[in-house]
Design a binder for this molecule. Structure first.
Ligand SMILES: C[S@@+](CC[C@H](N)C(=O)[O-])C[C@H]1O[C@@H](n2cnc3c(N)ncnc32)[C@H](O)[C@@H]1O
Length: 230
């Protein structure tokens, strides 16, 4: 819901996204070739170590690979995305895979609405960079609000970590050069999206009320933060 004339309209992102379920299916297949998504999800579920039936939220779910893995593991999964097409695809997969129901909300980090303290854990992968830094804080506070006290949050996204003496430009080139097969897309990400530096992301997480329990680099310029609501 847009509440003020200064509100960031996160639903605008849909214009740059996928328009048909077939396009989404092709994207899902490409992701499967490009990343070991099954292993990523198994690692995240292992890290969260939730009891069966625990409530877990995925924001910016895309094709819902994490939410689907969570449902298959006996968790109560909820998936949020600004793309209606992505959610249609997730619903189709849930049926085809015979999974228990995944609750869905067609919304984003800023507009999702859940009663406070609804979830034991939240996960977001490669999605928060769609928001400028000022709005990332609003998003992270919204996630913290939806988590139970002590609830866990795993954030995975493109984050720039400068090496000793490295310029930002050299860091961007290092990132783009690390993925030659998708150089055009990665260059477009750096030029047009809102990925930020590690010290900013970490400051935002802390400001939003999270303790960063663990962090690790996953490949070039991609960070994983395992946080707890303080
Ligand atoms: C690169 S995909 C990542 C999907 C999935 N999380 C993964 O790791 O494969 C980014 C997703 O974020 C969604 N998105 C973009 N802006 C968003 C926002 N403000 N709130 C929530 N999701 C958003 C897009 O629709 C897209 O599905």
């Amino acid at each position: 819901m847009i509440t003020s004339d200064w509100q960031w309209n996160e639903m605008q992102q849909v214009g740059t996204d996928y328009n048909s379920v077939e396009e989404v299916a092709a994207y899902d297949r490409r992701m499967g070739e490009f990343r070991d998504v099954t292993r990523e999800n198994a690692e995240m579920l292992g890290m969260l170590d939730l009891a069966p039936g625990a409530a877990v939220l995925e924001i910016g779910c895309g094709t819902g690979r994490f939410a689907r893995a969570a449902a298959a593991a006996g968790l109560r999964a909820t998936a949020v995305d600004v793309s209606a097409t992505m959610l249609v695809y997730v619903r189709q997969c849930v049926q085809e895979e015979g999974l228990s129901e995944i609750a869905m909300q067609h919304a984003g980090f800023l507009t999702m609405e859940f009663p406070p303290e609804s979830f034991d854990a939240a996960v977001s992968g490669a999605a928060l960079h769609h928001l400028p830094d000022a709005w990332k804080l609003v998003a992270l506070r919204n996630i913290a609000r939806a988590l139970k006290p002590g609830g866990q949050f795993i954030l995975r996204d493109v984050v720039f970590v400068l090496r000793e003496g490295e310029s930002p430009e050299a860091c961007f080139e290092r990132f783009v050069a690390s993925l030659p097969s998708v150089r055009v897309e990665v260059a477009c990400h750096v030029a047009q999206e809102f990925s930020t530096y590690d010290w900013i992301m970490e400051g935002l997480l802390v400001r939003a009320g999270f303790n960063i329990a663990a962090k690790q680099g996953v490949g070039e310029s991609f960070m994983e933060y395992h946080c707890r609501k303080g």
